[in-house]
Design a binder for this molecule. Structure first.
Ligand code: ARG
Ligand code: ZN
Length: 853
């Protein structure tokens, strides 16, 4: 029914280009609707391609070709074969040993609503070229293995004209580092800068600039500080220095993703740069720190060493996520950061891996590469690096990374190169380990204990379920950190690292007088689902005594999950021992408040849902919502006498600071407030809202009230206060959609969707309403199917202007198979309606097609 199917691109088809590029000179004559771009590109023969003569094939989309020449000879229009994807010049017009190509094209940035290539946002020009946006700027071999130096000249009346590299003069830029086109960037507009400097370890002076709209300069200090800490950290931990005279960040309001690591000119979604105590929460500050670090770290892992092709995306993304996670852990707390990361991993990546969109960390085929900027490539990709580091040890990891930078600087690489540096640096054979890159699906790790004749043995087995296109799976190398606890809670033996490489393997852990209690998979040492039959008494014991913060938290969480699953399936009650355990941890002043906040927070509805699915049952979203509410009410009642004191003890005096310690206290205070609100009719929350002098306190009070079905006055006041600040207003939309009670949810979001401030063409605003609603299970999965229809309507509408964001949001439907027949039919009905939409983008069509299976 659909017009010609877009082609599938395969890793196995990779071929080097016929021509390399040495230098690129670009000249821009900016105009909102008719920008002229002149390119002068020097091509060189690729001597390894002996299958010539070669046509010149250049990528190009939505470009109006004005003129083109080779070595100064104009190419007659009838010799140029142009289609929607690019152009071809026949080989007889192409000097095979190399040549200079000059072309002029015209583009229309104002009409570019897909936000890919050169587009306008709030009157400023900006670009997004990863993965394949450069071809919307000019004709080019738009592939990451083609690396060239760029000179850029920008003509336009904007006071600020930026591009990559070092600044030669106003609007004139030279980037000495060869780079692929996806790292190109241009920004032009009436921007103000917030400036600082950094001196590298070897003494290079670097100017740092964050460009924002006038008036936002006072919201840049935190991002700048995070940048300087990132630069220092990369020197100290990885021995990597910055390599240009200038490092710039630009904040942009219309952006499809978080941020982009363009060489020397990072472009950010403004919500990941701008922060003040009044407008940003503790979580926002931490996110900003992490994303600033992530993009900066790409300068070495991504830019200096890039990817040969887009199948290798995890080479830069998995590694860079691993690096930013470690950085955040170093800045804050590794234990708490690990819990946070695993919650994200399970909530997004395990969900993806268990459904129709499952794919390997290194995919082998795609239709639209933008659909593969996924939790699997990023987060599971980072887990794979973490396992590798654990297996080879810290020192060997650093040795391997030094070798990687040494050997591959300036190159476009593959996972094979990456694995080889570890093999060469350590002498270890990683052939089996490499399966983590090619096998999709979350492995299950099953554990059986044996204590016989005074010896304690762990029997481990693994299996990975079939995923689309991969029916059979081979055993992986799974690093399992194991601690053993004695009856008094002390460590009965030093922690061990077991390496499970077979389907089944037994590990004799030594002689003991009494059976120890195992703490398995400490620090979540591998991204697996642990199956171990433990009773709740053992969980309570580990929750009280485990010295590993992750497993301590995990024990409490598994306990709660077990109880909530049974309650939701109608055959469970609240266990008094759980309430005792949680009460004790909540009040244990020896524990970090940030940790306690996680420990007291119950598993999300999404987590309970997947636990129910793992038992082979159908989840009932209302029953899950009800069970979770009942348990938190019981917790509130159990702790009733202590909650006011805990809440008071966690108040932070003095001016707001986003540091980890203060943020941890506020997190625990906010958890306490949520429970208190169930008891005091919202009195404390209303007071907190009125007195709040920072966004963390203001929004947590509002959330507590909305969850309790109240907060109308506060919500109106919040809107009045913040209606002219888009980043804060996004929070106002989001909190109403995510905290809405199941019955009211749809009405609320339908009404919000007609609000004059619901500017749906802005990706942040669209996501802030539609995303949280679809992630609010009881509201979204209404049995009348109207939640599904609401999402589908909006996806169809957005696809016509912004395929990338639409396709990403279409993934919200990926879990349909978990539900009962009635809901399945309703969801697939909506998916088919989307699939049948006229002119549906290939982005959305690929995702919806895969979800339908
Ligand atoms: N490389 C960017 C980052 O992770 C993200 C680019 C996303 N691009 C896309 N087409 N989705 O830092
Ligand atoms: Zn990245």
């Amino acid at each position: 029914m659909r017009p010609t199917q877009a082609p599938t691109i395969r890793l196995s088809d990779y071929q080097e280009p016929a021509f390399w590029v040495d230098t690129v000179k670009l000249s821009f004559d900016l105009d909102p609707t008719a920008t002229r771009v002149t390119s002068k590109i020097t091509f060189r023969a690729n001597d390894t391609r002996t299958d010539g003569p070669h046509d010149l094939k250049l990528d190009g989309r939505n470009l109006k070709l004005i003129t083109a020449s080779i070595n100064g000879n104009a190419i007659p229009a009838d010799s140029i074969l142009q289609d929607a994807e690019g152009l071809t010049i026949p080989s007889d017009l192409v000097p095979q040993d190399g040549f200079t190509w000059v072309a002029e094209v015209e583009i229309n940035p104002s009409a570019n609503t897909a936000l890919e290539g050169l587009y306008m946002s709030n009157g400023m020009y900006c670009t997004q070229c990863e993965a394949q946006g450069f071809r919307k700027i000019t004709f080019y071999p738009d592939r990451p293995d083609v690396m060239a130096t760029f000179d850029v000249e920008i003509k336009g009346d904007a006071p600020v004209l930026l591009s990559n590299g070092n600044k030669l003069a106003h609007g004139m830029w030279h980037d000495p580092w060869p780079k692929p086109a996806y790292l190109f960037a241009l920004v032009a507009g009436d921007l103000k800068s917030y400036d600082d400097t950094f001196t590298t370890a070897s003494g290079r002076h670097v100017d740092l600039q964050i460009f924002v709209r006038d008036g936002d300069q006072d919201k840049c200090a935190y991002a700048m500080d995070a940048l300087k800490r990132s630069m220092k950290w990369d020197e100290q931990v990885y021995g990597r220095e910055y390599d240009l005279d200038l490092f710039m960040i630009v904040a942009v309001d219309d952006f499809n993703m978080g941020a982009m690591e363009n060489k020397g000119l990072n472009i950010f979604n403004s919500k990941y740069v701008l922060a003040s105590p009044e407008t940003a929460t503790d979580v926002d500050f931490e996110r900003i720190e992490g994303i600033i670090a992530h993009e900066y770290f790409h300068n070495w892992t991504g830019n200096r060493i890039t990817c040969r092709d887009w199948f290798q995306l995890c080479l830069k993304e998995g590694l860079t996520v691993f690096r930013d996670q470690t950085f955040t852990g170093d800045m804050r707390s590794h234990g708490v950061k690990r819990i946070d990361d695993v919650l994200q991993l399970r909530g997004r990546q395990f969900r993806e891996d268990a459904g129709p969109l499952a794919h390997p960390v290194r995919p082998e085929e795609y239709i639209e590469i933008n659909n593969f900027y996924t939790a699997t490539v990023y987060e599971k990709g980072a887990e794979v690096i973490g396992m590798l580091k654990l297996l080879v040890g810290d020192e060997n990891y650093r040795k391997a990374l030094d070798l990687y930078f040494d050997r591959h600087d300036g190159q476009a690489c593959t996972i094979e190169h990456w694995i080889a540096v570890f093999e060469d640096a350590t002498g270890r054979d990683l052939a089996q380990f490499k399966r983590w890159y090619s096998q999709a699906g979350t492995p299950t790790l099953s554990v059986r204990e044996e204590f016989a004749n005074g010896r304690y043995t762990l029997h481990l087995s693994q299996s990975t379920p079939p995923t689309p296109g991969q029916p059979d799976k081979l055993p992986l190398v799974i690093p399992v950190r194991v601690g053993l606890l004695a009856g008094d809670g002390s460590e009965a033996a030093p922690e061990q690292l077991l390496e499970l490489t077979q389907s089944e393997q037994s590990f004799d852990l030594g002689a003991f007088d009494e059976k120890p209690v195992p703490s398995i998979l400490r620090g979540f040492s591998a991204p697996v689902i642990l199956k171990h039959d433990v009773d709740n008494a053992t969980r309570a014991f580990l929750f009280a005594h485990d010295s590993d913060p992750f497993n301590k938290w995990e024990a409490g969480s598994a306990y709660a999950s077990d109880m909530l699953v049974k309650m939701a399936l109608n055959d469970g009650a609240i266990d008094a021992a759980y309430l005792d355990a949680i009460h004790a941890v909540a009040l244990d002043d020896a524990l970090d408040p940030a940790f306690r906040a996680f420990a007291v927070g119950l598993p999300s509805e999404e987590e309970i849902t997947s636990a129910i699915v793992a038992l082979g049952e159908k989840p009932d979203p209302d029953a899950i919502y009800t069970a979770r509410n009942a348990l938190s009410l019981a917790m509130a009642e159990k702790m009733a006498d202590d909650l006011p004191n805990l809440y008071t003890a966690m108040q932070v005096d003095g001016p707001y600071s986003p540091d980890a310690e203060a943020a941890g206290k506020r997190a625990l205070a906010s958890t306490a407030l949520g429970l208190l609100t169930k008891l005091d009719g919202g009195k404390t929350a209303a007071k907190q809202f009125d007195n709040a002098d920072n966004m963390t306190l203001q929004i947590s009070a509002l959330a507590a009230l909305i969850r309790a079905g109240a907060g109308e006055t506060q919500s109106a006041a919040f809107y009045d206060q913040w209606k002219s600040d888009n980043i804060v207003l996004d929070k106002w939309f989001a909190i109403q959609a995510s905290c809405a009670t199941p019955d009211a949810g749809l009405d609320i979001v339908q009404k919000l969707a007609t609000h004059p401030d619901f500017n749906w063409k802005n990706p942040n605003r669209f996501r802030s309403l539609i995303g949280p609603f679809a992630m609010n299970p009881a509201a979204f999965h209404r049995i009348d199917g109207k939640g599904y229809q609401f999402l589908a309507d909006w996806l169809i509408k957005l696809d016509a202007i912004n395929p990338q964001t639409t396709a990403r949001m279409a993934g919200l439907f990926e879990t349909w198979k978990r539900y009962d027949k009635k809901r399945q039919t309703l969801i697939t009905g909506q998916l088919r309606r989307i699939a049948d939409t006229k002119n549906l983008s290939k982005d959305t069509s690929e995702i919806v097609g895969k979800i339908l299976g």
